[in-house]
Design a protein around this ligand. Structure first.
Ligand code: FAD
Length: 469
């Protein structure tokens, strides 16, 4: 293998950047790493903006501190690697609410993304079906099977638990419906337990016991300076050459690696590299794979995406409840899907002038038409709905921002993990120096995407014949 290695990372989101850092740490010294990002900014769905003179997240807001096994999450490990561990802060108010019949009720504790391990604890918001979760003498889910989260929970706990708890909580992450989302990909710990346990209550408890949490240990963290500081620190640590406004439009195999076609159609740049980490969402990945690996492209490109908009408002002295925010079941008929009271939830964002930052997320899978309205209209609707849910007329905002994330959240249908494994196996066999990473494949969330990028980097190192340092 020619030295030094030249590795292209296509996509400057957190998966691509985590791959670049891992390549720098483990690939032979001198490896040339170049990150190609089609937009003008790195970070992808991590984007810290500014409102009322302080940093505010216009994309992802926080990360899980632990992974499903209970170990430190890959996001925390990356922050530590980048010297940012000291900057991790946790919510000061963790209690959130659910909108039920137009009013707010505290979200019951002890659930796994809304799936209860103790039915008595959720009766304040939903009535579980009586006696449906019986032991049928075999595991809930077969050894290789996948089902939708909604189908499993409906059959065991009834419709109300899905509609009032699981749907809004899963929807808070995926903007999709429990009935469409894969158990294996969206709730892997529960899926593992469901392959052993005979009741859903038993499976939830087993999954919780497999990842015990010290009492009071924080579930979420973020970085005091904003998540874009993670992006900047990763770029610096990777020592990568960064090419912004540089869309990769074609990948062509060569005798020794890959030729990238970069930039505008009329004036393309051709770049030869030894290996590629493809860290872009599934749709653009499928377009790039169509030439070198058409069957893999078809498998990867089948993934559907939901679009959302985040409406952030700066409100003078509003009377907000002591809650981190609220989630809205789709049955409530509101445009708002979730709201976060940033300045209540995060102590480091509280302001002496009493200005409050409130962010609402709008848009569910299949309801893209609701987003087809001007920003001002969207913001006015959100303001009206917030006032109605809180039961107080909120003051007029003094500033605001609407961030649209088109086609941003993958909708992993049941069977996604198997389809992806087959696509990866085929890609590895045909083209071992081209590796997929990111949310289009392994699941949404900063920790999952960091790990996905790191794993891709290690596969590239193995494929190029290097040993991990
Ligand atoms: C609104 C929203 C809120 C979220 N909130 C949270 C949260 O609070 N906590 C959490 O853990 N997760 C959250 N997530 C999920 C998380 O942000 C994502 O799963 C993760 O950031 C995806 O990272 P990625 O690198 O895989 O992809 P992306 O962030 O999508 O990055 C891919 C990059 O590739 C670039 N690209 C695409 N095509 C090309 C091309 N042809 N050439 C070059 N570049 C290209 C894109 O411009 C983009 O920058 C949220 C997601 C959204 C949309």
């Amino acid at each position: 293998m020619r030295q030094p290695w030249r590795v292209a990372v296509v996509g400057g989101g957190i998966a691509g950047l985590a791959a670049a850092v891992r390549l720098r740490d483990r690939a032979p010294a001198g490896t040339e790493i170049t990150v190609y990002e089609q937009s003008g900014a790195l970070g992808g769905k991590l984007r810290t903006g500014e409102l009322a003179g302080q940093p505010v997240e216009f994309g992802a807001e926080s990360f899980l501190m632990r992974d499903p096994t209970g170990a430190e999450s890959a996001a925390v490990a990356l922050a530590r690697r980048l010297g940012l561990a000291e900057k991790i802060v946790h919510p000061t108010v963790g209690q959130a609410a659910l909108v039920v019949d137009g009013g707010l009720r505290p979200i019951p504790g002890g659930t796994l993304v809304g799936v209860p391990g103790d039915l008595d604890r959720v009766t304040t918001v939903a009535r579980p079906a009586a006696d449906a979760d019986t032991d049928g003498g075999r595991p809930l889910v077969g050894p290789d099977a996948d089902v939708s989260v909604g189908a499993l929970v409906r059959s065991r706990f009834g419709d109300e638990v899905v509609e009032r708890l699981v749907d809004p909580m899963l929807g808070g992450v995926y903007a999709g419906r429990a009935d469409d989302l894969s158990l294996v990909t969206t709730m892997p710990a529960l899926a593992r337990a469901a392959r052993v346990e005979h009741t859903l209550v038993g499976a939830v408890r087993a999954a919780q016991a497999a990842a015990p949490r010290a009492p009071g240990a924080p579930v979420f963290g973020t970085l005091a300076g904003g998540l874009s500081t993670l992006v900047e620190a990763a770029v610096t640590a990777s020592g990568a050459t960064v090419r912004r406004d540089a869309a990769v439009r074609e990948l062509t195999p060569t005798a020794t690696g890959w030729r990238l076609t970069v930039g505008p159609t009329r004036d393309p740049e051709l770049v030869d590299v030894d290996a590629v980490v493809l860290a872009v969402p599934a749709r653009p990945a499928a377009r790039l794979l169509a030439g070198p690996a058409p069957a893999v492209a078809a498998g990867v490109g089948a993934l559907d995406y939901a679009s959302v908009a985040l409406v952030t408002m700066v409100l003078p002295q509003p009377r907000l409840p002591e809650l981190s925010g609220f989630l809205v079941p789709s049955t409530e008929g509101l445009l708002i899907k979730a709201a976060t009271f940033f300045t209540t939830k995060w102590g480091h964002l509280r302001r002496p002038d009493g200005l409050a930052l409130v962010r609402a997320s709008v848009g569910r899978y299949g309801e893209e038409a609701h987003l087809q309205r001007p920003d001002a209209d969207l913001a006015a609707t959100v303001h009206r709905e917030l006032s109605a849910v809180l039961g107080i007329p909120l003051p007029a905002p003094v500033d605001g921002h609407v961030q649209r994330w088109g086609g941003a959240l993958p909708q992993y249908a049941p069977g996604h993990a198997d389809r992806l494994a087959a696509a990866r196996t085929a890609l590895r066999a045909a083209h071992p120096t081209l590796v997929l990473a990111g949310a289009g494949y392994d699941g949404v969330g900063i920790p999952v995407c960091v790990r996905s990028g790191e794993t891709a980097a290690e596969e590239i190192i193995t494929a190029l014949g290097g040993s991990a340092r």
